[in-house]
Design a protein around this ligand. Structure first.
Ligand SMILES: [Zn+2]
Length: 271
């Protein structure tokens, strides 16, 4: 019942003051949850301090396997503490079997481990960035048009062997197809050839929200570039562990992996 009320945007009043917490999105696994509170308040979620802008806007995210109930703790300037509990809709994920994946990327040779570890650190560092960029509030656009060939959360089997779930949204399109920034932001990582992800870009949209684009044929931006929504940033490719040209778009709230499909409308028809 509480869940229903929150969905319709009803404002909850904290018993400690007149300060309100408003939640504007559905609590669902992989979800991106927008909210509003008094900018003087402090919020903690999943052990993370939540950045709140001058108007009180904030965003948090839920990972693929988020628990059925989550807690948000709000501290008011007078020292009052209120914890809110939210029910999280649990999803059923698809199963995807992929054959013909090159052996070298399924069975990892020991000598590749230092490179893989170093790349994981670079990726983690980029996703840890907590900037006051406000681009996360924009209406996101599709970074490329094509056929959805893989969805968020699916369980994957490579050549019959179970692997980590898929966290991206795959858009299949020919090599060289333009990749455009889905929202504005700052480029925080570029790499020409990561072991698994090949040509890779990470972009910060602010407040812990980032986009990752992988398997790129060409990277057309540099680290530190400030990019506008719709700006050309890369070309689709099939680099790294990939079986054909596609864009794999991932989104994060810090280390929580989000479903990009919650931020965009249906794919417009391909020209
Ligand atoms: Zn993918």
């Amino acid at each position: 019942m509480l869940f229903k009320l929150l969905l319709t945007g009803i404002i909850l009043l904290s018993p400690f003051s007149t300060i309100a917490l408003e939640i504007k999105s559905e609590w669902v696994q992989g979800g991106v949850i927008f909210g509003k509170t008094d900018p003087q308040n402090k919020i903690k979620f999943l052990g993370h301090p939540v950045r709140i802008n001058a108007k009180g806007d904030f965003v948090v995210g839920l990972g693929r396997d988020a628990k059925p109930e989550v807690i948000m703790v709000e501290t008011t300037p007078d020292g009052g503490i209120k914890s809110y509990s939210f029910k999280v809709r649990q999803r059923k994920y698809r199963e995807q079997r992929i054959n013909g994946v090159p052996k070298r990327t399924v069975n990892i040779p020991e000598k590749a481990l230092p490179k893989i570890r170093q790349e994981m650190e670079l990726t983690k560092a980029a996703r840890r960035i907590n900037s006051d960029n406000q681009s996360f509030l924009q209406t996101f656009q599709w970074p490329a048009h094509g056929i959805i060939s893989g969805v968020y959360g699916s369980r994957r089997y490579y050549n019959g062997e179970p692997r980590r779930p898929h966290y991206g949204l795959d858009i299949a399109a020919p090599q060289g197809t333009p990749v455009k920034a889905p929202a504005s932001g700052t480029i925080t990582l570029v790499h020409d050839n990561m072991y698994f992800s090949g040509g890779t870009i990470i972009m910060d949209h602010g407040h812990g929200i980032s986009s990752t684009f992988i398997h790129l044929h060409k990277v057309l931006v540099n680290k530190g570039d400030k990019v506008k929504q719709g700006q050309l940033i890369a070309e689709i490719g099939s680099t790294g562990r990939s079986t054909g040209p596609h864009l794999d778009w991932r989104m994060n709230w810090f280390n929580q992996r989000l479903d990009p499909q919650f931020l965009v409308d249906d794919m417009p028809s391909v020209k």
